[in-house]
Design a protein around this ligand. Structure first.
Ligand SMILES: Cc1cc2nc3c(=O)[nH]c(=O)nc-3n(C[C@H](O)[C@H](O)[C@H](O)COP(=O)(O)OP(=O)(O)OC[C@H]3O[C@@H](n4cnc5c(N)ncnc54)[C@H](O)[C@@H]3O)c2cc1C
Length: 378
């Protein structure tokens, strides 16, 4: 009964982080309301779904965060699958990173976590890989999730099953604070009506658009274009992660090809001939025979990036307003740990020493320390 009278905690943005945190909080018994401008623009529906802290060559604190999240994925996904009664397509399929020289291979930041493959072993793992790749690193522990077709929908369903309330087509246009205390948001609905929604607590999960409502956050968009091709089942068993191009095989033979990384594009929507040519050239450089297969879809989206490419996690400068944004190209990987860290913090569940340390590395005010930074963080 007490719960019903309580003002709901607001989730600003119903993309991947918004849904993951809403799900986590609802499981912990919190009353949650998701304010979502447009589900279809979420990068959660765009991503390739790689779980690739090692193949991406992450380093330092971001590698630790990624590895901790990777470990949590099986349990996290199980909870979503149980609550939604849907599958999410989690697969520890392993990722192969090909190299042209021993020097490139041995200087890869995550070299020590992989298995070195000679040319004949590389060919065995990836039949048809182009001749220019002389060796490879196999990261067996990395994998994928079918975020676009399964995970996002399963998360939405799990949230609904747990009683999360959604307002779709609602834009947060202002954060309201009383001195430094969060006091709610101003929202605009699809008919243009503006209302003040009061609440003491919210989580900002607006992805690449986060800066539009919290002007001093150091977040900017990095556009990515993708395409998919249809092959026969099992045409590839591993993901291949080449420089600037990757191929992610799903169980039914669909291969996701990604992705451009366009910082200069800002929020410019749409596909471009240059971006699509880049993907085509990338396929040619990895596995030329795949260019014979039929193309299925082409799409694009915006990664939420920060100056050090790590996320912003934890309480903001406004008391009661939490941050879970800036996950750049690793949001699918980092969703499990983000939901757990933010969920536990909000519910005052004790964090382990490791969790405290991870959270402290990704606070928003780490950017305050660098005066040469482009951003002035409040
Ligand atoms: C091309 C591409 C490939 C990627 N591949 C991978 C990958 O293989 N592996 C991986 O781990 N990650 C990958 N990512 C990254 C991952 O998709 C993102 O890091 C992640 O989706 C970010 O989640 P988010 O919830 O912060 O943002 P989003 O999923 O973008 O959601 C933000 C939501 O906020 C809403 N919103 C914005 N402003 C407002 C407002 N004012 N009011 C209300 N709602 C608002 C938007 O409508 C949107 O629905 C990829 C991203 C891209 C673009």
């Amino acid at each position: 009964m007490g719960v019903l009278n309580e003002k709901p905690l607001l989730i600003l943005g119903g993309g991947l982080m918004g849904l993951a945190i809403a799900h986590e909080l609802a499981q912990r018994g919190k009353r949650v309301e998701v304010l979502s401008r447009s589900r279809s623009e979420a990068a959660g529906f765009v991503a390739a779904g790689m779980l690739a802290p090692h193949a991406e060559g992450l380093q330092g604190d971001l590698l630790n965060l990624g590895q901790s999240s990777l470990q949590r994925h099986p349990t996290w996904i199980k909870s979503i699958e149980t609550n939604s009664k849907m599958s999410c397509g989690l697969k520890t399929c392993g990722i192969v990173v090909p190299f042209e020289s021993h020097q490139d291979c041995e200087s890869y930041p995550t070299y020590k976590f992989g298995k070195k493959l000679k040319r004949n072993e590389l060919l065995k793992e990836v039949p048809g890989i182009s001749e220019k790749w002389k060796l490879g690193l196999l990261f067996k522990q990395d994998g994928q999730i079918d975020n676009r077709r399964l995970l996002m929908r399963a998360l939405e369903k799990a949230c609904v099953e747990l009683g999360v309330h959604f307002q779709e087509g609602v834009e947060v246009i202002e954060i309201i604070k009383d001195l430094h205390k969060f006091n709610g948001v101003k929202i605009k609905d699809i008919n243009g009506n503006i209302n003040h929604l009061k609440s003491d607590e919210a989580v900002l999960c607006c992805g690449a658009w986060s800066k539009q409502i919290f002007k001093t956050l150091p977040i900017f968009p990095v556009k990515g274009q993708m395409l998919s091709i249809q092959g026969p089942k099992q045409i590839l068993k591993r993901i291949i992660f080449g420089p600037g191009i990757y191929l992610v095989p799903r169980d039914d033979g669909l291969i996701i090809v990604g992705a451009t990384s366009e910082r200069e594009a800002g929020f410019q929507k749409g596909l471009t001939p240059k971006g699509q040519r880049e993907l085509q050239k990338g396929i040619q450089s990895l596995m030329p025979e795949l260019n014979q297969l039929p193309h299925m879809e082409r799409w694009w989206g915006f990664r939420p990036c920060t100056p050090d490419e790590g996320p912003l996690l934890g309480m903001s400068s406004i008391n009661g307003l939490w941050l879970a944004t800036g996950h750049h190209r690793n949001g699918v990987l980092l969703a499990a740990i983000t939901a757990e860290l933010i969920g536990k913090s909000i519910c005052s569940t004790p964090l382990s020493n490791e969790e405290c340390s991870l959270l402290s590395q990704f606070r928003w005010d780490r950017f305050k320390k660098h005066s040469q930074n482009d951003f002035e963080v409040e």
